[in-house]
Structures are given as C-alpha cells and as structure tokens.
Design a protein around this ligand. Structure first.
Ligand code: HOZ
Length: 433
C-alpha cells in the first residue's frame, strides 16, 4: 500500500498541532509508524487520502454502531443545518432526544446534554459532590473517564498507551480527592470505604472496561459496587459513554440489571456528532442549575445538528432491537475465530468480547480480567499485527488497550475477509518469532 499522502499530511499537521493529532491515540505512538489520514467513510469502510480502502473496526471509537454515513443520520443533519447551526436557546428537539433517552435507559428520569464524554463525567462528579456534600471520588485503575483533572489518575486509554496514567498538570489538590481501586477487585473497594466511607461522594466505573482493552465485570463486581455505595450513602456513577446504546438499548445497566444513581453517555447518542449527556433520577438531577446549586453550562450544549443526528440514530436503534443479538453473534464469531487462528499460529492470546465490543490481547494469561492482566500484553507483537493488518486493508484501533467496535454495516463478507487476512498475518508474525 502507498501512504505517501498520509505521511505528507502528518508532517504538515505536526507543525501546527501537537503530535499532528487532536487526540493522542490517533498518533499511532502505541503501534509505531505514521497515522493514516482519512477522506471518507461509508458503511463498514474507510478510504484514506491515498485512495486505500479499509474495513474499519474503530468506528470513530464507538459512535458508529450503524456504520459510517448512516443514511437517516446524514439526512437528519442535512435537513437541520439549513435552519441554523446554533441558537444558544432551547429547541423542542432537545426535549425529544431527552425523552427518547429517558425512555430507553432504566435509571434516567432527567438528563442534561453536554458536548463530550469528558464534560459529562466532570459534571457527574460535581453533581455527586454537590448532592452528597462529600469530596472523594473512587475510580478504578485503567478505567478512563475523559481528561478531567480528577480522572487523570491511573487512567486508561491514551494515558495508559503512552505510559502517563497520572498526567502532568493535575494539581495535588485535584489528585488528592480521587481514590483508586482495582477493577474486578471488590476487596480493594471495601478497604477504601472502610477508611474513607463517610467522605466518599461517588464511585465511578465503566461497567464494562473499554479503555484498558475490553474487560468484562466479574459476576459479583457491579452488584457489590451498588451494595457498598448504598450502605455508605455514596452515589454510583456508571460511565456508559462507550457501553450506552452499544451493549443493549438500555446500556450495560440494563444488561446487568444494576441501577446506578448517575449515568454518563456520549458517542452513540450523537450518531458521530459531538454530544454527550449525564442523567439520573429527578431527585438527583434537580440539584443541577438552574433548579439547584450545582453549576454547569455550555454555549453549544444541545446543539441542534448534533441533537437531530442523535434522534435519528436512537430512533433507528429503537425500531429494530434485534440488531443487538445480531451484533453479539457476529462479534462472538469474530472473537472465537481470531483466538483459534492465534492458537494455530502458535500465538498466545485472549480475545475478550461482549455485545459489539472486543479486544484481542496478545497475552500469556488464560484470561484478562484486571488492569494487571491487561498491561502484561505483548504491545510489540500487537504493533506488528496492527501494521500487517493495515497493509491488508483492515483498520484496527492503534493501541493494544482499546476496544474494537463492530457495526451493523459489517457484512458476512467483511468478517470472513478480515479473518482470512488475519490468518495470513498471524502465520507470518507467529512464524517470525
Ligand atoms: N480515548 C478515546 C478512545 N478510548 C480515543 C478518542 C480519539 O482519539 O478519538
């Protein structure tokens, strides 16, 4: 494949944008080499600026559950944009989107729209602190909740990929009110509550961890978080920016039957446009200004174009809930086949998957259930796999510690072609070791 135009575009970008990217993982530092610059996305496919075509498993990091340029979303954007791009005042569409979300997500009685997942989690933490009158937030090592100061402690995603899980620039005051527990380790949570119980405002968790690669919760883990937060009068925040409308129509909370106090959402609710949200019971959400004392605001919040795209997306999902079973089936097949091919190539791996999220960990363990398991993965081998797949026309997340996203646009042929290419690649890199 020829990447000349992407390489040139990278040079130009690095001159004026840190690392040439507007979000670190995109720079390919986790896999080496030069990032690919894209021109177009359609269905399951991406085309880069050199004209190369790829089957895409990044899906814009989650929003595109129905594939790139999904016609109903495109149509909604086109129709809305001619009426004006922003008002800084309420529109009826915002209520429509809020009503759809409230009707689909079990724990949400009221919702506030914001612009990004980071804004949603920052606002949720402030709300939890305002509601409880307490300071501490418990998070889990390797979980990522955007780049708010309180969450850049032992953080996942890009922070983990680049080995800076505790970012420079976070004040000791901000870091000092974040307590870090271990994902899937209820004892670590118990110890923290034992010591700080009456000062903890909330526990925030990705109900399925997606930012240290996909890690599923052990059966008792989420129920334990619900139980201990209730016992100590703290709130439970589910960060469903990735899992919301992805694992089921009601997100991970519906799938696992756990009711959090606050939920953060993003990605799918904007159909690929910048929008996110946080919501909870009417009692808790009534603490948000102008109803209550917790302040949060935004000029572009509830932006009409993003809201219209979100409505189109959620309506499409709601109209055919069988999509979730189909996606699960496709993803299970992909994951099981990849594991099998790795074994035949003599490569040790674990492929975690749930719904339409998965990560192929090049890992010696029998299972990957914790941060420590995940970071034991062979990043160098992943880098070689990534590049060989890229050369074969398959675009994977450029880090061992991210989720692959499967969409309804991935056809049977896409999956079989991915598996055939992966088989060749695994044999090549397995044989070269
Ligand atoms: N942190 C995001 C994935 N977990 C990556 C966002 C991006 O680069 O767009």
């Amino acid at each position: 494949m020829n990447f000349t135009n992407s390489i040139e575009a990278g040079k130009r970008a690095r001159n004026v944008i840190p690392g040439g990217v507007n979000s670190p993982v995109r720079a390919f530092k986790g896999v080496g080499g030069d990032p690919v610059f894209f021109a177009k996305g359609q269905g399951s496919r991406l085309t880069d600026i050199d004209g190369n075509s790829y089957i895409d498993y990044v899906g814009a990091w989650g929003p595109l559950i129905l594939g790139h340029a999904f016609p109903l979303v495109v149509e909604a954007v086109q129709k809305t944009v001619t009426d004006g791009t922003a008002f800084g005042a309420p529109t009826e569409r915002e209520s429509e989107l809020a009503e759809i979300i409230c009707s689909m997500v079990p724990s949400i009685g009221m919702i506030r729209l914001v612009n990004s997942g980071t804004e949603a989690t920052m606002s949720a933490a402030r709300l939890a602190r305002g509601f409880t009158g307490r300071e501490f937030i418990v998070k889990f090592e390797g979980c990522y909740h955007g780049h708010g100061d309180s969450f850049l402690i032992a953080a996942g995603s890009g922070a983990l990929t680049f080995g800076i899980p505790d970012s420079a620039g976070v004040t000791s005051a901000a870091a000092g009110t974040t307590l870090v527990a271990q994902y899937n380790d209820s004892e670590s949570v118990k110890r923290i509550f034992h010591e700080y119980g009456d000062r903890i405002a909330a526990v925030i968790v990705e109900p399925v961890a997606g930012n240290m690669g996909v890690i599923l919760p052990e059966m008792t883990f989420l129920p334990y978080l619900r139980e201990i937060t209730k016992k100590y009068g703290a709130l439970l925040i589910f960060d469903e920016v990735m899992t919301g409308f992805r694992l089921s129509a009601g997100g991970a909370q519906e799938l696992f039957g756990i009711t959090p106090d606050i939920t953060t959402l993003g990605k799918i609710i904007g159909g690929g446009l910048p929008i996110a949200a946080y919501g909870g019971s009417k009692e808790i959400m009534s603490y948000v200004a102008p109803c209550g004392p917790v302040y949060q605001a935004g000029t572009l919040s509830g932006n009409p174009i993003a809201v219209a795209a979100g409505i189109a997306m959620l309506k499409a999902l709601k109209s055919d809930l069988s999509i979730y079973k189909k996606l699960e089936k496709t993803t299970s097949h992909l994951a099981a086949s990849l594991e099998k091919e790795c074994r035949s190539a003599g490569i040790l791996c674990v492929c975690n998957h749930i719904g339409s999220m998965m990560t192929l960990f090049f890992n010696r363990n029998k299972s990957v259930m914790s941060y420590n398991d995940a970071i034991g993965s062979d990043k160098e081998l992943f880098g070689r796999y990534f590049h060989a797949m890229l050369e074969s026309g398959i675009y994977l997340p450029p880090s061992q510690f991210e989720s692959w996203f499967i969409s309804s646009a991935h056809s049977h042929d896409d999956i079989e072609s991915t598996l055939a290419k992966s088989k060749d690649v695994l044999r090549k890199i397995g044989g070269a070791r």
